[in-house]
Design a protein around this ligand. Structure first.
Ligand SMILES: [Zn+2]
Length: 398
């Protein structure tokens, strides 16, 4: 991999500049710091030190207090040496999913994995480590660089709530990258909008052995409704899931309440709305079939729905400056870069919603959210070289 000196104006290769050992060591160190959602204080303090050492002005915002966490989002602002270059945002999240405490990383050649008891936490500490290493290389080599805003968010895994609390007016950058996806060589520019859905089905309780005819089973109503629902992959841009069922009190009580929690996602907002309404209608139609009269009073099953937009879709056009910038950097590195859509949501959804143009660059994390999570360090190094080149190409904008 080499940078075309004609295009970049440098006689260096990104590959040479990235200190692979230092990057790996930092990644391993970060992985060993427990940082479940809302418990990011220790890793935030470590990263605050790192960012200050590199010359950034660091603030921690009030997102932690707002979401009941131990620390807020970390915002590190670097003064560039190319005032004409557009300010750039580089972002990754500090929190990890469960089981994610006491992670013991195992290195096998170039493959880093957990010992099988926990996730690795490469999601998203790979992104965090790459950002740190890139900025260190820039400082070390006094490379040209525009103003850079680094944001390490909290609680991404808990519904993107750290990013939702971020006041983007504190940032100078209006475009940038979130480093939080798997396959290196891909830039994720499209992601679906998602609805968070909670249905509460109300029935009528009764003794299950003595007088079951005086009851309406909320579980039976829910089951009939779910049986009619289209779930899973609905079409090429839409998915839906009921992920949690909670209800009933005892085996001898006809259950009067059951709660269903689920989601729907779509790249198409109308389709998202249609799917969400379809799920509600299935339950309402089931509820309408269950009614009874007791002592002259009519009892009906009913459904209460709580539907919230979890996040809006992300759609960064291929012609957007950030996409063009990543493409130019990839070209310089002889990398074949593809823009693509993902079915997942990330902080970039929220940042785009807040008016920034942010795409999601892959770091090489694999099998995330499982105890089999792993990462190829060669992918990590490649992504770091890519981010470095992105910063350098951005600094050349007249
Ligand atoms: Zn992530």
């Amino acid at each position: 991999m080499s940078i075309s000196t004609a295009e970049s104006g440098f006689n260096l290769t990104g590959d040479d500049l990235i200190n692979k050992e230092r990057l790996r060591n930092l990644l391993v160190e970060l992985i060993k710091i427990d940082s479940l959602s809302r418990k990011e204080y220790n890793i935030a303090m470590r990263l605050k030190r790192e960012m200050e050492e590199l010359g950034a002005t660091v603030t921690l915002d009030d997102a932690g207090a707002k979401v009941g966490g131990s620390v807020g989002n970390l915002i590190a602002q670097f003064q560039g040496n190319r005032p004409s270059a557009p300010a750039l945002l580089l972002s990754a999240h500090m929190d990890t999913v469960v089981p994610g405490e006491g992670v013991a990383p195992v290195l096998d050649g170039d493959i880093l994995r957990s010992d099988g008891r926990t996730v690795l936490g490469g999601d998203d500490k790979s992104g965090v480590a790459i950002i740190c290493e890139t900025l260190r290389v820039i400082k070390e080599n006094k490379l040209p660089c525009g103003d850079t805003d680094v944001v390490f968010t909290i609680c991404e895994e808990a519904g993107l709530v750290g990013a939702k609390c971020l006041d983007v007016s504190r940032l100078r950058a209006r475009m940038g990258l979130v480093l939080d996806s798997d396959s290196v060589g891909f830039l994720f520019t499209k992601a679906p909008a998602a609805n968070r859905i909670e249905f509460r089905v109300h029935g009528l309780e009764a003794h299950a052995g003595v007088c079951p005819e005086k009851g309406i089973s909320a579980i039976k109503v829910a089951a009939e409704g779910i049986a009619q629902m289209k779930l899973g992959r609905i079409d090429h841009e839409t998915t839906a899931n009921i992920g949690i069922i909670e209800g009933g009190m005892a085996v001898n009580i006809v259950p009067n309440s059951v709660v269903l929690k689920g989601e729907a996602r779509s790249h198409n907002p109308e389709q998202l709305d249609r799917q969400t309404q379809h799920m509600l209608r299935c339950l309402e139609e089931a509820a309408a079939r269950h009614r009874l009269e007791l002592g002259g009073k009519e009892h009906k099953a009913r459904v209460e729905a709580k539907i919230e937009r979890d996040y809006d879709r992300m759609e960064v056009p291929d012609g957007a400056p950030i996409v063009q910038l990543v493409r130019a950097a990839a070209r310089n590195l002889n990398c074949d870069l593809k823009t693509t859509a993902t079915g997942g949501g990330c902080d970039a959804n929220v940042l785009n919603q807040k008016g920034l143009q942010v795409a999601n660059l892959a770091t090489g994390m694999r099998d995330i959210h499982t105890v089999n999570e792993w990462l190829d360090l060669r992918d990590l190094n490649l992504c770091a070289a890519m981010v470095l080149e992105i910063v350098r190409v951005n600094a050349q904008v007249p």
